[in-house]
Design a protein around this ligand. Structure first.
Ligand code: DAH
Length: 457
């Protein structure tokens, strides 16, 4: 099972490198207006532009700001647990950022796959929809007057769509900074660690006392001891966060009448080593939940260069982490399909209220309609399921339930490739008519013919 929504960018992209689609230049030639308006700014489109209108629409929703929506309720819950612990909460950042903010400032190499058009929504060559909340670290490091901060925001990645994947989702970034010039700095770090509320979770962490080694190195400007204490502060903070959220999930499942055995087991987490371009050492936490390890949150000690890029002085050091909210909210509220978060149906929205973790009560689904689309691809051109999904969604919006490549073969004589995709159209809110689906489906066919030169079979 893939877990792209909460898997840190770097790991998920690494594993997906092999499947990167090859875009043809033609695919972008005609589709976009000269300018895209977003949050009062105008962006001149160019050959990098690939953000479709339905994604721009999603940027208006700001689910994390809605106090009665599961994502907003989860944000509130985490914030309330950290209220008196020295953090500032930023929840209003707009989704358009520069490539500098999203990548360069964090030290992403120029050829990093996260920069590719197949994974990221570009407004144009210089601006994109943030792919992670880390894009705002630099401005918060500079602006923040408390020792730490949290940023919650909607983030965007081109992806397939199914029950656990959606191109828009939510992350919460946390960070904490100290000055090395603090009197008795290491003693202060110990005190700060002791002031993190205790948890009773079971922690597997083979490198707790010696978190750095050449493969996950300490930065030169800090001592071994400082790296160790800051790593412990980071890990205990995340354990506290995870403890609160999963204990709440457990309580709400019990209240809803569940008697499953996992609800009586103590919460177990494990730390694994990771790699991110802007932290060293780097770690990830995984939570044992319902019989599997859930990858939850990437983290690490922030590279000094990132802090200097943000305008901080060279005595500063600290940690950062990023956690995906949608998968956790699905567990917390018993929501079976990530797309429900975006539903405008009152049968969904009226089930949730500020401050309450209610278990979602499913309502009937309407039957779907399957349509196949088969074609020959020209020459050596390559078409990816994500590309087809994007065309389907630009005409069908949320009526596109799934797009699956069900057949592919190469003609032995002509060498031409044939593909067949099955598209399932379905509405969360109503029955669809064959006529409306026919109209949508032929628009998809026309787009594929126009942009990829396929011949429909
Ligand atoms: N931005 C990362 C992602 O989207 C998550 C992350 C990892 C954030 C490490 C951090 C960090 O601040 O230190 O996958």
């Amino acid at each position: 099972m893939r877990t792209a929504k909460i898997v840190p960018l770097v790991t998920s992209l690494r594993s997906r490198l092999s499947q990167l689609p090859v875009w043809t230049a033609r695919a972008y030639s005609t589709k976009y207006p000269q300018e895209i308006q977003l949050d009062g700014q105008s962006y001149k489109t160019d050959e990098w532009t690939n953000v479709p209108p339905y994604i721009l629409e999603l940027t208006k929703r700001q689910l994390h700001q809605n106090p009665n929506h599961p994502i907003g309720i989860l944000r509130d819950l985490i914030q309330s647990n950290f209220k008196d612990l020295g953090y500032t909460f930023y929840n209003n950042f707009k989704p358009a950022v520069t490539t500098v903010e999203n990548f360069d400032i964090l030290g992403f190499p120029q050829d990093h796959p996260g920069r590719s058009k197949s994974d990221t929504y570009y407004l144009n060559k210089t601006h994109l929809l943030r792919t992670h909340t880390s894009a705002h670290e630099h401005e918060c490091f500079l602006d923040c007057k408390t020792p730490g901060y949290f940023i919650t925001a909607d983030v965007y990645r081109r992806d397939e769509i199914d029950r656990t994947h959606y191109p828009a989702f939510h992350q919460m970034e946390g960070a904490r900074i100290w000055s090395k010039d603090t009197p008795n700095f290491e003693e202060q770090l110990v005190k700060d660690i002791e002031s993190i509320p205790k948890t009773n979770i079971i922690v597997e962490d083979p490198v707790r006392d010696a978190p750095t080694h050449p493969g996950n190195p300490k930065q030169d400007y800090m001592t071994e001891k400082q790296a160790q204490l800051i790593s412990i502060h980071l890990k205990k903070t995340i354990e506290f966060l995870v403890h609160n959220v999963f204990e709440t999930a457990r309580e709400s499942a019990k209240l809803a009448g569940s008697t499953e055995p996992y609800l009586n087991e103590p919460l177990k987490v494990r730390w694994v080593e990771a790699y991110f371009p802007w932290t060293s050492p780097s770690f990830e936490i995984e939570v044992w939940w319902k019989g599997e390890w859930l990858e939850c949150c990437g983290s690490g000690i922030v590279n000094q260069q990132v802090l200097l890029n943000a305008g901080l002085t060279d005595d500063k050091l600290g940690w950062a982490f990023g956690i995906g909210l949608d998968r956790i909210a699905m567990l917390l509220f018993g929501i079976p399909d990530i797309r429900l978060f975006w539903s405008l149906d009152e049968r969904f929205s009226l089930q949730f209220q500020q401050g309450k973790i209610a278990t979602f009560v499913p309502y009937s689904k309407y039957p779907g309609i399957d349509r196949d689309i088969s074609f020959w691809l020209p020459g050596d051109s390559v078409l990816h399921e994500n590309d087809v999904m994007e065309y389907v969604r630009s005409h069908a919006g949320d009526l596109a339930e799934s797009v699956v490549l069900i057949d592919e073969f190469v003609h032995p004589k002509t060498g031409k490739k044939s593909q067949c995709y099955r598209i399932n159209y379905q509405s969360m809110d109503r029955s669809l008519t064959r006529d409306e689906i026919n109209v949508i489906h032929s628009k998809v066919e026309n787009d594929l013919v126009d942009n990829f030169d396929v011949s429909i079979r």
